[in-house]
Design a protein around this ligand. Structure first.
Ligand SMILES: [Zn+2]
Ligand SMILES: [Zn+2]
Length: 362
């Protein structure tokens, strides 16, 4: 089968829409015709060689679509089914899946991204997160594919695999936010908007959104932030302490990426509070943190890969919340685009003009 893909042939060069050849699905694999895929800010980092991406590669680590072909031994979905394709698999057999941590599944953590079965002029093409969502058709493993209900809009359902699962997991699974707690959110991009919504649903008291971008602060009000902080005007650590009786927030969700944001997140957390670090920057970024915050002050600093998602258990829960209207994609979806507009969409993401642009035409 042939697919049209936005191929990253080399760093810092415009994307090219190319035809790639997909192998027939092997046992356990299937082919999905893509109907929507969100552009993720991590992908302009890939384009700028800040992540460990090896061209030629199709970026995009989640998508939704319709199953068009299945290999042997695929039984949970079939042709015609509407599905979510997520980067985090649950292979079920690796050390991490056996440990109950499919978010660290060895299939996903392979570096560089694997070749799943796509070629261009005979050259093997890698697929980001084993998905490569910026393409008309995806050859993927069945363990990354989950049924979707028919009524959920494409632009909403497409957000499940990245922002929704990452931040609902950060709030409910990793930080385990309790009713009445104060939650500070560093960075109000797509992750921060979902974090605010999840904190509100968890019954948080103060939900403090921190971002230098005025439009993003405004969107965070719709997402449930009760207080907004502009770090270009005030010291965000001092301001969060001021808003929390001088202690610091009970829970801090870092959703920005730069090392400074992670450091501020740790500093604005109260003693014995919880910090969840979810943002990523250049793959070589290192953090410097005050020793006392981690030792004497007893802060818990927890990592977050895709919200520590267990795809089989969690996606149906997050889908139910979307179906009941408990989550609002409004502040997150900035516009819809054709795949051929990917260079424009990437520049809008880099310039912070879009929170998320969603490809809906392939
Ligand atoms: Zn993403
Ligand atoms: Zn596994």
């Amino acid at each position: 089968m042939r697919a049209t893909a936005a191929l990253l042939e080399d760093y810092l060069r415009p994307f090219a829409l190319e035809t790639v050849d997909l192998a027939d699905p092997a046992p356990g694999q299937l082919v999905v015709r893509t109907t929507a895929a969100p552009f993720c800010s991590t992908d302009w980092m890939g384009w700028r060689a800040m992540r460990r991406k090896v061209p030629p590669v199709i970026l995009g680590h989640t998508a939704i679509g319709e199953v068009v072909a299945t290999g042997d031994a695929v039984t949970h979905v079939g042709p015609g089914d509407r599905v979510l394709v997520a980067a985090t698999p649950r292979c079920g057999t690796c050390f991490y899946c056996a440990e109950g941590r499919p978010d660290q599944c060895t299939l996903l953590m392979e570096e560089p991204d694997p070749v799943v079965g796509a070629t261009r002029d005979g050259r093997e093409v890698r697929a980001a997160g084993r998905v490569g969502g910026y393409a008309s058709h995806l050859l993927v493993d069945g363990v990354q594919v989950h049924p979707l209900p028919p009524a959920l809009p494409d632009t909403t359902a497409a957000l499940l695999g990245c922002g929704i699962s990452t931040m609902l997991g950060a709030v409910f699974t990793i930080a385990e936010v309790r009713a009445g707690q104060s939650v500070a959110i560093v960075g109000l991009g797509h992750l921060g908007q979902w974090a605010a919504q999840a904190a509100r649903l968890a019954g948080a008291g103060a939900v403090i959104g921190i971002d230098a971008h005025p439009a993003r602060r405004e969107l965070a009000t719709a997402s449930g932030a009760t207080h907004l902080v502009d770090p270009a005007r005030v010291d965000p650590v001092d301001e969060v302490r001021r808003l929390t009786a001088g202690r610091g927030a009970d829970v801090v969700i870092e959703a920005a990426g730069p090392a400074l944001a992670a450091r501020q997140a740790v500093l604005m957390c109260r003693r014995a509070g919880t910090v969840v670090l979810s943002g990523v920057d250049h793959a070589a970024t290192e953090l410097t943190l005050p020793q006392l915050a981690l030792t004497v002050h007893g802060k818990r600093i927890l990592g977050c890969q895709n919200g520590q998602v267990d795809p089989v258990a969690d996606f149906p829960r997050w889908i139910g919340m979307l179906e009941r209207g408990e989550l609002d994609p409004g502040p997150v979806v900035s516009g819809t685009y054709a795949l051929g507009e990917i260079d424009v969409v990437m520049r809008r993401s880099m310039a912070l003009e879009d929170v998320t642009g969603v490809f809906t035409e392939f």
